[in-house]
Design a protein around this ligand. Structure first.
Ligand code: NAD
Length: 318
């Protein structure tokens, strides 16, 4: 009998990481989770082992990767546009340190394969100046001009992991706005879908909802359940180039607010905060390459994803 594969998920105390660890356990793997914090909204005992480690040091990355066959590298100091706009030095120092030490530790401990969670934030600003933009395909990454330091670090770390391909296999996804239940919804690190669900849930009907920007900025959103399926399929494929993992359905923030209000059965007036950070004007995922090479695309509609997310966040804020 084949021995059970040992998997490490870094960032397993976070949103996508703990969903992924749960999914990998359900596939029958032995799973170690590592993070600087315990999962806030789920039980760490869902994993075979959970270690509290700061992955900015090589020593801790060596402990994390000891005896491991495959690594899913999700640990990062990150948050929504508010957080990544105002924490440039922390984002760069922490994430470069985490990724450089994870990459090196995988080499020392003879890990066979690593997945790296990159981001749609690597795409150049000049391709994202219109709300009704052309969807971003993987080849658009260069000439590089990411909108913020978080995106520059992600692009650098894609190259960093690729440079270790002589030691282990590397798989890279560029996530486009992943959302869902059991993710951060307050405290300053939350992303737009979670923030909107929280605000709608807390609002009295016929009152106001605050929106960052004019609400005409566009994005695409992918439910975390779809995301982990895509990640697993990519990890187990022969595709060694970065792939978009996201939805290709473009919506304005105003449209998303309307969807959440409809789910909640509330009528709210939008109040626009034009001095708040909004990121690029528009961003969408071109999934052509992903469909072609991986035969994958998200299955769950934005409405269905928002419904489960809204229900979960509503329970939390009550
Ligand atoms: P998250 O913040 O919930 O998870 C990241 C986890 O990394 C956190 O639990 C955090 O505590 C942990 N971490 C931070 N510093 C650490 C350190 N020094 N040592 C160990 N752990 C540390 O974010 P998420 O949404 O689950 O994102 C997971 C990954 O996907 C990240 O790399 C992120 O950049 C990437 N990503 C996410 C999205 C998205 O829409 N959620 C989009 C693009 C890319």
């Amino acid at each position: 009998m084949e021995t059970q594969k040992k998997i490490l998920v870094t960032g397993a105390g976070g949103f996508i990481g703990h969903h992924l660890a749960r999914f990998l356990k359900a596939q029958g793997f032995w799973v170690r989770g590592v993070d600087i914090k315990e999962p806030e909204y789920s039980d760490k005992n869902e994993m075979d082992e959970f270690l509290l480690l700061d992955l900015r040091t090589l020593d801790n990355c060596l402990k994390a990767t000891q005896g491991i066959n495959e690594v899913y590298a999700l640990a990062a100091n990150m948050g929504g546009i508010g957080f990544i706009t105002y924490h440039n030095a922390d984002v760069l120092y922490d994430n470069v340190s985490i990724n450089a030490n994870t990459a090196e530790a995988c080499k020392v401990n003879k890990v066979k394969k690593i997945f790296y969670s990159s981001s749609a934030c690597i795409y150049p600003t000049y391709k994202q100046e219109e709300a009704n933009l052309t969807a971003l395909k993987e080849a658009d990454a260069y000439p590089a001009d990411p909108d913020n330091e978080y995106g520059w670090e992600k692009l650098f770390s894609e190259r960093l992991y690729k440079s270790y391909e002589e030691f282990y296999q590397v798989r890279i996804a560029r996530f486009h706005n992943i959302f869902g239940p059991e993710g951060t919804y307050d405290g300053g690190r939350e992303k737009a879908p979670a923030a909107i669900c929280r605000k709608v849930s807390l609002a009295e009907s016929d009152s106001e909802i605050e929106i960052w920007g004019d609400g005409q900025q566009t994005r695409s959103f992918c439910l975390v359940d779809d995301c982990v399926q895509g990640v697993f399929k990519l990890m187990n494929s022969e595709v060694n180039q970065p792939l978009n993992i996201g939805s290709d359905r473009l919506v304005t923030i105003n449209q998303m607010v309307d969807m959440v209000c409809k789910i909640a059965g509330k009528n709210l007036t939008k109040k626009y905060l034009l001095d708040k950070p909004q990121g690029v004007r528009g961003r969408n995922s071109d999934n052509t390459l992903c469909k072609q090479l991986l035969d994958w695309q998200p299955k769950i509609s934005l409405e269905d994803g928002l419904k489960v997310t809204y229900e979960w966040i509503s329970k939390q804020v009550k």
